[in-house]
Design a binder for this molecule. Structure first.
Ligand SMILES: [Zn+2]
Length: 203
């Protein structure tokens, strides 16, 4: 999970986010089986408007497992939209997320780490086991930081895809030879340092 800086809240959410969240909360309270949908703005679904902005922040990598592009095209509600409906359209609750990390579903824990949180740094909380291909809590971290890392690994199931990660790395080794590090399928595995978003043009 690589640190990133969150961009300014887009206008569509500044204008409508709170109202849409309140409407969704009311609908959900009346009918617990109500299905969530993204609103439309000028004929375009809001999630389609937000996706390119979210992709720029993480260079199109998943915010949690850091896998690249092909499998990274959904938006995660960090605090779930079923239990925190008012936050459903709040910018800082939305993260670019791959399908596998989306399997976290409606689970939430206050200990979960956010990659854009003030003071978040990969090395503070995690380390890679390069021999096992596993993400581990940093054993030199405080007990609380280790618990947060463990909770994040468990809820997003960050180690379950590691055999997959290694297989991708092997398959793509040839193709990746000259690939910029930012675009490596799991760049976090080979370089956990964050990218400076401010000097990079959006795609
Ligand atoms: Zn992911």
């Amino acid at each position: 999970m690589r640190a990133f800086k969150r961009a300014a809240e887009p206008e569509v959410l500044q204008k409508n986010g709170e109202q849409w969240g309140n409407e969704w909360a009311t609908r959900k309270a009346k009918d617990p089986s109500a299905k969530f949908h993204w609103h439309e703005q000028d004929g375009e679904s809001v999630n389609k408007i937000l996706l390119p902005l979210l992709e720029t922040q993480t260079q199109a990598h998943c915010s949690f497992c850091d896998c690249y592009a092909a499998d990274t095209d959904t938006i995660e509600h960090f605090q779930p939209k079923s239990t925190h409906p008012k936050l459903a359209f709040q910018w800082d609750n939305l993260y670019l997320c791959c399908h596998r990390c989306q399997r976290k579903g409606e689970k939430f824990d206050e200990a979960l780490l956010r990659p854009d949180a003030e003071g978040y740094d990969f090395n503070r909380y995690f380390r890679w086991s390069y021999t096992r291909g596993h993400l581990l809590p940093n054993e030199n971290a405080t007990a609380d930081d280790q618990k947060r890392a463990q909770t994040t690994i468990a809820l997003y199931q960050l180690n379950i895809r590691h055999p997959h990660l290694r297989c991708i790395a092997r398959k793509l080794r040839k193709r990746c030879k000259d690939m910029p590090l930012d675009e490596f399928p799991y760049r976090n595995f080979i370089d956990p340092k964050p990218v400076d978003n401010t000097t990079r043009k959006s795609k």
